[in-house]
Write a protein that binds this ligand. Structure first.
Ligand code: FAD
Ligand code: DHB
Length: 389
């Protein structure tokens, strides 16, 4: 088998890249190690930057998002039993779109089917090879048979645990990492959100986030110790703890109901450099992870796709290598700014076991600064809505 671009991974980055390439007439095949339903079962991101929304439009997968997604003009920082609203639109002229990763993935899958793109699900032993030569190829096993796809380029869109980054010789790649001494326990429940905008809460008992998927579906998170077990958290215990971390007015307004998803995610910052190795390109979580506090993970995957698509379009349609040659440098410049922002918002909003009184005083001073300085609030807002590509 032969194609122009093999995309490893059918998450948001692989599907978005696949749709953009197909729309431009560039042949591609997506391979994933799991099936469609498994991918759609993952509950992850919820907030999209305007750049991501625009890429979904270019991909032809934005119709349902515009009907069902919730445009938000602001969010709240809660601390000291009160709320401070960050007016994103007034400060930046931009808004964000609340639309879940599950729905976005479903829309991209539907678009791919509609345009007849090939996706191979449930492939094992996927292996990118020959990417340092003029003849790259990818092998995989399916139905007991080993198969091979020859190609011009390989896009490693296979997430943090994927094979693409691991296929690169250790001496050719540098990694930078920070782990955080806590995780997020999250639930999804069909109850109306406590507020029509997101609330990020800094509280002595730990961070809490009130988010949503729709007017009738809420997504709530609380900071928890890394060794915490989901089984220890009944819905009642979760809601009791969430109430304790919110300003009283919100705690009283919280509508509770049975959760249908409950999971714990660790928090990590990670970057691999560079993001190109010959004809292999790393994209999204395969190259970098951010803690979820600034809602940047999925949006960074989208900006990588933007830069890579520009590069591949230049190569195939304009016979120019310039944008492809700059992929790693352009993507990483934006990645590091989002890594910085996600780290700073995580540091501002969470209780650190070893933070001490000094750490707490610094947090209080920064929250006070954000509340009283338009310049500080604007800086937070412009990062939250997404820096330009
Ligand atoms: P992924 O979504 O990880 O997709 C990778 C795909 O590659 C998967 O389908 C996988 O099956 C496939 N794959 C893996 N290994 C192989 C292999 N060997 N062979 C073939 N295919 C393979 N971001 C936010 O912005 N906000 C959030 O609230 C948020 N919450 C998160 C919660 C959790 C638990 C996690 C894990 C992430 C969260 N993120 C969040 C991050 C966001 O979900 C990711 O940044 C986004 O999914 C990245 O997309 P991706 O396509 O690069 O990678
Ligand atoms: C969601 C997750 C985030 O990490 C965030 O910052 C905002 C929203 C969510 O899952 O809805």
């Amino acid at each position: 088998m032969r194609t122009q671009v093999v995309i490893i991974g059918s998450g948001p980055s692989g599907l978005l890249l696949g749709c953009l390439l197909s729309n431009a007439g560039i042949d591609n095949i997506i391979i994933d190690r799991v099936g469609k339903d498994y991918i759609l079962g993952r509950v992850r991101a919820g907030v999209l930057e305007e750049g991501t929304v625009d890429l979904l439009r270019q991909a032809g997968a934005d119709e349902r998002m515009h009907l069902e997604g919730l445009p938000h003009d602001g969010f709240s920082l809660a601390f000291d039993n009160r709320d401070h609203r960050i007016d994103l639109f007034a400060l930046t002229g931009k808004r964000v779109m609340v639309y879940g990763q599950t729905e976005l993935t479903r829309d991209l899958m539907a678009r791919r089917e509609a345009i007849g793109g090939t996706t191979i699900y449930e492939a094992s032993d996927v292996s990118p090879q020959g990417f340092d030569s003029a003849a790259p190829f990818v092998t995989y096993r399916k139905d007991g048979i080993t198969r091979r796809i020859d190609c011009d380029f390989i896009a490693g869109c296979d997430g943090y645990h994927g094979v693409s980054r691991k296929a690169v010789p250790e001496k050719s790649i540098a990694t930078f990492e920070r782990t955080y001494p806590f995780g997020w326990l999250g639930i999804l429940a069909d109850v109306p959100p406590v507020s029509h905008e997101l609330i990020y809460a800094n509280h002595p008992r730990g961070f809490a986030l009130c988010s949503m998927r729709s007017q009738t579906r809420s997504r709530y998170y609380i900071q928890c110790p890394l060794d915490e077990k989901v089984e220890n958290w009944s819905d009642d215990r979760f809601y009791d703890e969430l109430r304790l971390r919110l300003p009283a007015a919100h705690a009283q307004a919280l509508v509770t109901g049975p959760s249908f998803e409950k999971s714990i995610a660790p928090l990590r910052s990670f970057v691999a450099e560079p993001m190109r190795f010959g004809s292999l390109f790393l994209v999204g979580d395969a190259a970098h992870i951010v803690p979820p506090t600034g809602a940047k993970g999925l949006n960074l995957a989208a900006s990588d796709v933007h830069y890579l698509f520009e590069g591949l379009r230049g190569h195939y349609l304009d016979r120019s290598q310039a944008a492809l040659d700059r992929y790693s440098e352009r993507a990483l410049r934006r990645v590091w700014k989002s890594v910085r922002f996600s780290w700073s918002m995580t540091t501002l909003m969470h209780r650190f076991p070893d933070g001490g009184e000094f750490g707490q005083k610094i947090q209080e001073a920064e929250l006070d600064y954000l509340t009283h300085s338009e310049a500080a609030a604007t800086s937070l807002a412009e990062n939250y809505v997404g820096l330009p590509y």
